[in-house]
Design a protein around this ligand. Structure first.
Ligand SMILES: [Zn+2]
Length: 440
């Protein structure tokens, strides 16, 4: 019930001030950002502590996957508490507690009863300031990461992604996945001395935010955060010189072959712009993905549902801090195995059409409406989903207004802008195609 009420409340004000919920933004003296949003989830609060560091920051050779490795190490205890005591505390309070790492971000998050929030904030502040673990614990964690890698690598999608980014990027650290290279992970156990500079560099107040969404009191929450994080010493983040990827000059392709039988998968990717709400390029790419490749698109209707040549189509837009990739992922059905070339030709033709023909006005308007409704439904579904979305978007542009700006861009983008953006990015010299084939 609460969810339905919520959506209709938000839909009524679709095109401006999306975030109608009471909210506040603060910055502590040490640079820590605080985002507080009141959400009608009686007695419960969702918390997120994003760190502005991801595999994008892994510049040194041999240290791929360090942001993710560090995410794991953050559960290994502090000067006051062992890793076990830390996880016992969360279980005792009935708090969910997890973390994830991406190309651009590392995020620690969970949900807890509001009455236990002081204890959680105390523990979180402690691990951000007083992390401590032994060499043996680091070795154990290195083993866990190797296990995670092995599990991932058994999935064709992971191998496809690894090859795609390695082929599309030669200099920029997006060339390796967040997981990192196997040969680097194998040496993690010997990295006890090397992980601390990473912590000292990136885990500083000005690089971290505390996001609370739920049943909270603004004044009390801010005072709590001040109490536990306020003494954390400010430190200037040294400038990070992430190399820019030079312009691509010709189409690239690569092949992954597996030694076991599996369905053919192809990903057709193009270099895409960095996330920004200063222009409509990201909104245009999001919209063209929706119009031409979503479940309701003519492409899916023809090749997935009528001919049944494809099992799945994902023309997914994903935001990146630096210029990244827009990728169309195709998974072929058994019936489609003999039509791979035909489908790829159809994709090329469709991309050409996107560059040359403007989207029909009515089609564009209905797509915008559908996208905005879906975004608002999923984003505002629960305090957790909203806190997650805030964590991702404020990592890209570091204020809460980014939510409104991005959705406003979606609503303002014109057919001509979509055409212009496609003509700028969806071109052959920006293209990388990776094919994955299984054993016969
Ligand atoms: Zn992990």
């Amino acid at each position: 019930m609460r969810i339905l009420f919520f959506i209709s409340l938000i839909s009524a004000t679709l095109f401006s001030n999306i975030l109608k919920l009471p909210h506040e933004e603060h910055e502590l003296k040490n640079g820590l950002k605080v985002i507080l949003v009141k959400y009608p989830s009686p007695g419960v609060v969702s918390y997120q502590l994003p760190v502005h560091v991801g595999s994008r920051n892994e510049l040194e050779k041999g240290k791929s996957g360090f942001a993710h490795f560090f995410e794991h190490l953050m559960f290994r205890g502090t000067k006051k508490m062992s890793g076990k005591q830390f996880s016992d505390l969360y279980s005792k309070l009935g708090a969910e507690n997890n973390a994830w790492t991406s190309l651009d971000e590392t995020c620690y998050h969970g949900n807890v009863a509001t009455k236990y929030l002081p204890k959680i904030l105390e523990a979180e502040a402690d691990r951000f300031q007083n992390l401590k673990f032994s060499e043996k614990e680091l070795k154990d964690e290195a083993g866990a990461i190797m296990g995670e890698y092995n599990k991932n690598v058994s999935q064709p999608e992971f191998q496809l992604e690894e090859k795609l980014f390695e082929t599309a990027f030669k200099i920029h650290p997006y060339s390796h996945t967040t997981m990192g290279y196997r040969e680097d992970i194998l040496k993690y156990g010997e990295r006890y001395k090397d992980v601390w500079p990473f912590f000292d560099r990136y885990y500083v107040p000005s690089n971290v935010s505390v996001i609370l969404v739920g049943d909270i009191d603004f004044k009390k929450s801010l005072a709590l955060i001040q109490k536990h994080f306020g003494k954390w010493k400010a430190k200037t983040l040294p400038p990070v010189a992430i190399p820019s990827e030079p312009a691509q000059t010709e189409a690239r392709s690569a092949l992954v072959t597996l030694d076991k039988p599996t369905q053919t998968r192809v990903v057709v990717a193009y270099r895409s712009p960095a996330f920004s709400t200063k222009n409509n390029e990201n909104a245009a790419i999001q919209l063209l993905s929706e119009v031409y490749f979503s479940v309701t698109s003519e492409f899916q209707k023809k090749y997935r549902y009528d001919k049944k040549w494809l099992d799945s189509v994902d023309g997914g837009y994903q935001p990146f801090l630096d210029p990244g990739l827009w990728a169309l992922s195709l998974k072929f059905a058994e019936k489609g195995e003999s039509h791979v070339e035909e489908v790829l030709k159809a994709v090329d033709k469709l991309i050409e059409k996107i560059r040359e023909e403007a989207v029909e006005q009515a089609k564009l308007e209905s797509t915008k409406k559908r996208f905005l409704n879906a975004a608002l439904t999923t984003w505002f579904e629960s305090p957790t989903s909203l806190a997650h979305q805030i964590s991702i978007l404020t990592n890209l542009e570091r204020d809460l207004g980014v939510i409104d700006r991005f959705l406003e861009n979606i609503s303002k983008t014109t057919s001509d802008e979509i055409k212009a953006t496609a003509s700028k990015y969806l071109i052959d010299t920006n293209k990388t195609v990776v094919t994955l084939k299984g054993a016969k």
